[in-house]
Design a protein around this ligand. Structure first.
Ligand SMILES: Nc1ncnc2c1ncn2[C@@H]1O[C@H](COP(=O)(O)OP(=O)(O)O)[C@@H](O)[C@H]1O
Ligand SMILES: [Mg+2]
Length: 398
């Protein structure tokens, strides 16, 4: 095995870092811990390069364990690596969007993954409407960039909520007001996702009157068997946020799982001990099986060809087209530029031309952008004209 792997971490002695190195060595992998702060990034006319501690960086794959305090820098390093074709377990983009609780919940909600009702507040006059929107008191108040339970509060009155929020806004924090899931008070589920499955899960419980169940707040952990529904939502949450290795926090709501957040550098100690699963080994096995291929960002790839790109068309914005076949839309063009149809959280690749369009579908096309826009426009116009003339005919007959 000649894979050269780097674990990007500032703490070679941390449990999670040590375990990853240990499991990689057991599998004969050439592994090294590299400090994300010691990379130099070079950008030149049409070319980029990366050095580590003054030497060219020649590893094939990395497992990022980027601490919250160095997110911005770590993500820049990862972006550089991705452009150089170095395989990474989690992309910079995935890490960035999962660390912002507002951005993450926007992406989760857009993908129909259940989340607690949440409002973003910018001003103290927003506080009362926010509390109403999430279903009344008590409410959970969070800063968007918090971790390990710091920056998460439970408040029982409007007055307490307002003064806390005012204080947070004054110190420049972005604030969320969230529905308090009472039935899940003091506990949650942590599901460890690797690739497209949950490899281990645990229930975390807070001690005493504390409502936050974070391990770092001295919470307890225990093994738990989670239902398929929880597994599915955890896997989907990691997937839509662009993370291959993730710790997904879920609350057990009365109506099923609610995804709270997705962690891109999940701690391994609690979960390995609670579940008895060799999670580090699972991660290394995954890296070994995946490094042969790397995912491409199709949109970015196509942008390298001037004038071409990917377009999507949301049917909900063009309800007149609902019920038509894909082929009806492209009568005038000699070939159908649709390469995927997003429907009910699934992607249908190369859909048949006679697939009937539904209200919630999203059509995805690629190719020469001007041409694409023109044929989509004429398709939309064509359908509109058709239904107009059908209407006229109806009126004439009546
Ligand atoms: N809306 C909520 N209802 C009930 N408990 C919550 C809610 N939000 C957070 N908690 C509790 O607080 C803990 C920390 O919240 P979380 O959003 O995961 O922030 P952090 O990133 O700091 O871990 C959760 O693990 C959970 O136990
Ligand atoms: Mg959490």
């Amino acid at each position: 095995m000649d894979l050269k792997l780097a674990v990007l971490s500032r703490g070679p002695r941390l449990y999670s870092t040590r375990r990853l190195v240990q499991e990689a060595k057991l599998r004969g992998i050439d592994v090294e811990v590299t400090d994300p702060m010691k990379f130099s990034l070079f950008v030149d006319d049409g070319a980029i390069d990366i050095h580590y501690a003054g030497e060219p960086f020649t590893h094939d794959a990395v497992i990022p364990r980027i601490g919250h305090s160095i997110t911005k820098h770590g993500v820049a390093v990862l972006r550089h690596m991705e452009q150089l074709g170095i395989w990474t377990a989690n992309t910079g983009q995935g890490i960035l969007q999962s660390r912002d609780k507002l951005h993450a919940s926007q992406i989760l909600a857009r993908n129909k993954i259940p989340v607690p009702k949440t409002t973003y507040v910018r001003d103290s006059i927003d506080v009362e409407p926010a509390i109403d929107f999430v279903g009344g008191l008590p409410v959970v108040i969070k800063v968007t960039q918090g971790t390990q339970g710091q920056g998460v509060f439970l408040r029982h009155t409007v007055h307490e909520s307002r003064s806390l929020i005012q204080g947070l806004l004054l110190t420049g924090k972005s604030v969320l007001v969230q529905e308090y899931i009472a039935e899940s008070h003091g506990k949650d589920i942590r599901a460890l996702v690797v690739g497209d499955r949950v490899v281990a899960a645990m229930r975390r419980k807070a001690r005493g009157r504390e409502f936050r169940s974070n391990y770092h707040l001295n919470g307890t952990v225990e093994k738990v068997d989670i239902s398929e529904e929880f597994e599915e939502q955890a896997v989907r949450a990691a997937r839509v946020l662009g993370l291959n290795v993730a710790g997904v926090d879920l609350l057990e709501g009365n109506n099923g799982p609610l995804v709270l957040e997705v962690n891109s550098s999940p701690g391994l100690e609690g979960i390995e001990k609670a579940s008895g699963v060799n999670v580090a080994g699972e991660i290394i096995d995954y890296v070994m099986s995946e490094t042969a291929f790397s995912e491409v960002d199709l949109d970015q790839l196509l942008r390298t060809v001037p004038g071409s790109g990917v377009l999507s068309l949301q049917l909900r914005n063009h309800p007149m087209m609902v019920g038509n076949k894909i082929s009806d839309l492209f009568k005038t063009s000699h070939e159908i530029p649709v390469f995927a149809l997003s429907r009910e959280n699934k992607l249908l690749w190369n859909p048949e031309p006679d697939v009937q369009l539904r209200y919630d579908d999203v059509i995805i096309c690629y190719g020469e952008l001007n041409q694409l826009r023109a044929s989509l426009k004429s398709a939309i116009l064509g359908v509109a004209e058709q239904s107009l003339s059908a209407m006229k005919k109806d009126q004439e007959q009546a």
